[in-house]
Design a protein around this ligand. Sequence first.
Ligand SMILES: Cc1cc2nc3c(=O)[nH]c(=O)nc-3n(C[C@H](O)[C@H](O)[C@H](O)COP(=O)(O)O)c2cc1C
Length: 346
Amino acid sequence: MYRLARSALFALDPEKAHALTLTSLARTASLNAQLFGRRVPASPRRVMGLDFPNPVGLAAGLDKDGRCVDGLGALGFGFLEIGTVTPHPQPGNPRPRVFRLPEAGALINRLGFNNDGVEALLERLAGRRYRGILGINIGKNATTPLERAADDYLWALERVYPQADYVTVNISSPNTVGLRDLQAGEALEALLADLKAAQQRLADQDGRYVPLAVKVAPDLDAAALQTMADSFRRAGVDAVIATNTTLSRPGVAGHPLAAEQGGLSGASMAAMANEVIAALAGALAGEIPIIGVGGIDSGEAARAKLAAGASLVQMYTGLIYRGPGLVAECARALREPVSPANATTR
Ligand SMILES: Cc1cc2nc3c(=O)[nH]c(=O)nc-3n(C[C@H](O)[C@H](O)[C@H](O)COP(=O)(O)O)c2cc1C
């Protein structure tokens, strides 16, 4: 059934198709709960101190503004991550800025955190019916100088804290100039220290501890991953989300759109994300859970994320190519125990 919808959607510009999909998901939530949500088997996990009904989540970026939380929740996800949201609204980069590479099951995007800002997101969330686990992913505005980035993250954290089950600190988008510099050295240490102090203060104030996850890029070598993992352990980060989109171009050599600027996502980056997850799992030594994301397009690909060391998974691009049935397929595949020995790497 999704094949039909997909050919109609793929006839449209990717951003138009995206807006149309969100609108129709919002209107058909109860039907989707019957068609899709009901088919997702229970597969409970406790991660970051939270109880997930199943380990399959929606990755950030699909619903940046929290417009469709009820409609997406009806698809049966074990958790939803909305955002990236920035303190102030911003338009993002000029269009076109999203490209489909269907031959590789991939997308390239250079959206650049187009979003309505934190306040609009919070207003929308006030009316939600979805009561499942909600992560809110925060970022910095493009106009905020990098040396003031912490101000944006701290302000956003404070505002979203009461509405979030966990908050993700996105320092790995390739489409905001300089953002990835926050993943290393002094800048990372200082940002994490500020955020953890704010989290503690907010937890005392609210009487509720909201875990902090950090989302990382796949374009890091083993040494950089090790150093970053050490910083995460020292700071007491609650989870790591690996990975964001890649600036490299695995599996799309020669494709006419491969040279478009932006981050590549989807099936052709799965193995790369799995390598990063495995390296982080080794470096974190079980102290911090990993949420694995990047190229999941089947139950088998979801199992490979757990085999690499993830405790939960998320998906975005696979949904565009495979449709909402992918959620149940992955949740079913992840019900069986996964051990590194019997899993494939992709
Ligand atoms: C169009 C698009 C927009 C995205 N926007 C965000 C974002 O705002 N924040 C974020 O943390 N990740 C964003 N991502 C990255 C995804 O959350 C995910 O990490 C990445 O796409 C790899 O997973 P996938 O192969 O399942 O898509 C975006 C991805 C795509 C394709």
